[in-house]
Design a protein around this ligand. Structure first.
Ligand code: NAP
Ligand code: MG
Length: 402
């Protein structure tokens, strides 16, 4: 078979630990034999980030802007333990945080649904995608602990010195207070990313906030979504046969539990943090969850939702066998290749991505899987494969499909 050609490079961001090992095997077994892989390679492994004073992360994010599509391996976010483990010059920020700050946008997380790994919510038949706003609210808040009687006010000082004040609370006894904010531009880009992603994936989009209680703050989210929808997306949604639906967050939660899935759930930052963990664990496993950052300018960065699987890596280093699930990392590649194909008008590449996903799902549904899935599958007598065997099994299936 002739290898599939790529006209534009895909930005490849390599990473750390066990996922770096899987990354190399995926390329060797599932990509390079079939594609003339055209990537611009950035090594975001912690050693190279340290060597370049983290400049490589910035360069990689800029390349994602230049070419429009990136695929990223999981990376270590340094903490104190990593400082000594890797002899770091400083405690670098999370690469995902750095990339998000450069690309802006919204993170979409969707479970990979396969037969035999059943969601614990019985009526969920199709994936539920969480779209999480990634800026502001309590993640950029200011808090006060009030020790003595007094009052707390919100004060806005305009550039000309004019003040607007609002009383938060008169305290007769000790208490707590918090101030938080968001930006209209960020809410707008959140809304646009959500609507574009809904069109892209042909799924309805639901958004929930608490505008009955938060009549200015949450009401602004509701207003911005509605306005952008009416002005820019309504007709496109009608043509695509999909809908936008707003309701109170508690009503949305109740509807989600009764729904069968197959839609996008847009969440404010905190709601998205909490609800994505609920949805992913209810669907079975973090190792079966894909994640894509969609910027308001239409750049895409694909990755797995899980981390570097450190515990498995240490076992691997000791020469012990590992059974690490590579599905989310494979789907990060297929997502990126399909999007590259779409941008470049390269249907061969898009078809390849579909087939690689099908091969992966088929292998699991035939009862061959990694240990994490074997522990939760409803299939009888699953065959547990090690990290490499699982990828090899996918290659065998893929060769039959191509
Ligand atoms: P983790 O890598 O997601 O792994 C936590 C545990 O979940 C693993 O020990 C394993 O459980 C299970 N697991 C996760 N992914 C798996 C897979 N693909 N196959 C099988 N089991 C899997 O989280 P962590 O150990 O808390 O973090 C490790 C490093 O990853 C940290 O340095 C963190 O900074 C980084 N991280 C990076 C990202 C990212 O780049 N997006 C995200 C999160 C964390 P068992 O050990 O029980 O088998
Ligand atoms: Mg969280």
């Amino acid at each position: 078979m002739e290898k599939i050609k790529m006209t534009t490079p895909l930005v490849e961001m390599d990473g750390d630990e066990m996922t770096r090992i899987l990354w190399a095997i995926i390329k060797e077994e599932l990509l390079l034999p079939f594609i003339d892989l055209n990537t611009e390679y950035y090594d975001l492994g912690l050693i190279h980030r340290n060597d370049t004073d983290d400049q490589v992360t910035i360069a990689a994010a800029q390349a994602a802007k230049k070419y429009g599509v990136a695929v990223k391996c999981a990376t270590i976010t340094p903490n104190h333990a990593r400082m000594s483990e890797y002899d770091l010059k400083k405690m670098y920020k999370s690469p995902n945080g750095t990339i998000r700050a450069i690309l802006d946008g919204t993170v979409f997380r969707a479970p990979i649904v396969v037969k035999g790994i059943e969601p614990c919510v019985r009526n969920w038949k199709k994936p539920i995608t969480i779209a999480r706003h990634a800026y502001g609210d309590i993640y950029k808040n200011t808090e006060l602990s009030i020790e003595k009687p007094g009052k707390v006010e919100l004060v806005y000082t305009a550039e000309n010195g004019e003040e607007t004040r609002a009383l938060i609370q008169e305290y007769e006894q000790p208490g707590i207070a918090m101030g938080m904010h968001n930006m209209q531009a960020s809410i707008e880009s959140f809304a646009r990313s959500c609507f574009n992603y809904a069109l892209d994936t042909k799924q309805d989009i639901w958004f929930g906030a608490k505008d009955t209680i938060s009549k200015t703050y949450d009401a602004e989210f509701k207003r911005v979504f509605q306005e952008i929808f009416e002005k820019e997306f309504k007709e496109k949604f009608e043509q695509a046969g999909i809908t936008y639906f707003y309701s109170l967050i508690d009503d949305i939660v109740a509807r989600v539990m009764k729904a069968e899935g197959g839609f996008i759930w847009a969440c404010k930052n905190y709601d998205g943090d909490v609800m994505s963990d609920m949805v992913s664990s209810a669907f079975g496993s973090l190792a079966m969850m894909t994640s894509v950052l969609v910027s308001p300018d239409g750049y895409y960065e694909y990755e797995a939702a899980h981390g570097t699987v450190q515990r498995h890596y240490y076992r691997h280093l000791k020469g012990e066998e590992t059974s690490t699930n590579s599905v989310a990392t494979i789907f990060a590649w297929t997502g990126a290749l399909r999007k590259r194909g779409e941008f470049d008008g390269n249907p061969e590449l898009m078809k390849f991505a579909d087939k690689l996903e099908k091969a992966t799902v088929d292998v699991i549904e035939s009862g061959k899987m990694t240990k994490d899935l074997a522990l939760i599958t409803s299939l009888e007598n699953p065959v547990v494969l090690n990290s490499r065997e699982f990828i090899t099994a996918i290659r065998e299936k893929l060769e039959k499909l191509l």
